[in-house]
Design a protein around this ligand. Structure first.
Ligand code: DOR
Ligand code: ZN
Length: 346
């Protein structure tokens, strides 16, 4: 197969930042994606419905008018979030999910949740509303080995929470382990998982291959090869519990190439080429549309996009720029480590 037409994809987990960086990266998503769930971990975070409206307007101001792109806003769950505020933001059509960051688990998570009991009333209200909770599924305890933090979170936080509020609809974001894949696959209709592009390509060896590779550092950190294989199997299986959330997370190179570099990989520009490559290698191109364009809307109870895109397999590799320039300096684009032949037809 050398041509593939699919419904326009959506990105169910995206960091767009703010200010100059927002302006520099937004159209790399808007070019190919119809909608995206926008992560609220700005500084300060997007906490109220008013914050979300203001951020949505700043995003839309930067979208190239040639592109049809809808940001789906989320709120950042804090221990002082009020159930009534969440309800009114949903009823006003402002938000599509709430994001749970365990405090300290990742970038700009300091205002996240330390004590889950404090947010139970909000989560119960969300269950009644059918509003999905997007979860950064890692414990933040420094005593827990960084490669175990997802599996420990599932056992000690996620599963007890789901037993307590079975109706709560949860997206386990950027799943990175076979433990997570198995949990979601067998977890029933109220749980799903997003899978990133980069976790389909890199395992933990890539981060330390002949030296430290800061552009492969993200959270959750990539795991061993058997876990990467489990992610590929889940993504390409056609199982509607799994869908694309790129977690494209641009940071200025100056913030990554330093003694304490930020976590995050910028994949928006070449994500669809990368995904088509993976699905092609796995002989699963017939499942690509489900993963990028159908399973996500189904879980979020939204219609699929009407527009389509066509992917074309070229004879020569498609060359992407190494970085995106911003007023504040370059942002490195994900190097998936293998030549890419698929490209979105323009
Ligand atoms: O690698 C990551 N980058 N993981 C996250 O959870 C946050 C994100 C960011 O905001 O940079
Ligand atoms: Zn993220």
């Amino acid at each position: 197969m050398t041509r593939l037409t699919i419904r326009r994809p959506d990105d169910w987990h995206l960091h767009l930042r703010d200010g100059a960086l927002l302006g520099a990266v937004i159209n790399d998503s808007a070019r190919h994606f119809g909608r995206a769930i926008i992560m609220p971990n700005l500084v300060p975070p997007v906490i109220t419905g008013d914050d979300a409206v203001a951020y949505r307007d700043r995003i839309l101001d930067c979208v190239d008018p040639n592109y049809d792109f809808t940001p789906l806003m989320t709120l950042y769950l804090t221990e002082t979030t009020k159930a009534d505020d969440v309800t009114s933001a949903v009823k006003a059509g402002i938000i599509y999910a709430v994001k749970l960051y365990p405090a300290g688990a990742t970038t700009n998570s300091a205002s996240g949740v330390r004590d889950l009991d404090k947010v139970l009333p909000v989560l119960e209200t969300m269950a009644d509303l059918g509003l999905p909770l997007c979860v950064h599924g890692e414990v933040a305890d420094p005593q827990v080995d960084i490669f175990d933090r997802e599996a420990v979170f599932i056992q000690t936080v996620l599963d007890p929470l789901r037993r307590r509020i079975p109706k709560l609809r949860i997206v386990l974001e950027h799943v990175t382990t076979s433990d997570g894949v198995d949990y979601v696959r067998t977890g029933g209709a109220n749980i799903a998982a997003t899978i990133t592009t980069h976790h389909l390509f890199i395992n933990r060896n890539h981060i330390l291959a002949g030296g430290i590779r800061p552009h492969y550092y993200c959270l959750p950190v990539a795991k061993r090869e058997s876990h990467r294989r489990a992610l590929i199997a889940a993504a390409t299986s056609g199982d509607s519990s799994f869908f694309l959330g790129t977690d494209s997370a641009p940071h200025l190179d100056s913030a990554k190439l330093t003694s304490c570099g930020c976590a995050g990989i910028y994949t928006s520009p070449n994500t669809l080429s990368c995904l088509a490559h993976v699905f092609d290698v796995e002989d699963a191109l017939h499942h690509l549309e489900g993963f990028t364009s159908v399973h996500g809307p189904k879980f979020y109870c939204l219609p699929v996009n009407k527009a389509q895109i066509t992917l074309v397999k070229k004879i020569e590799p498609v060359i992407y720029p190494q970085s995106r320039n911003t007023d504040e300096g370059p942002v490195t684009i994900f190097d998936c480590g293998t030549p890419l032949y698929w490209a979105v037809e323009v």
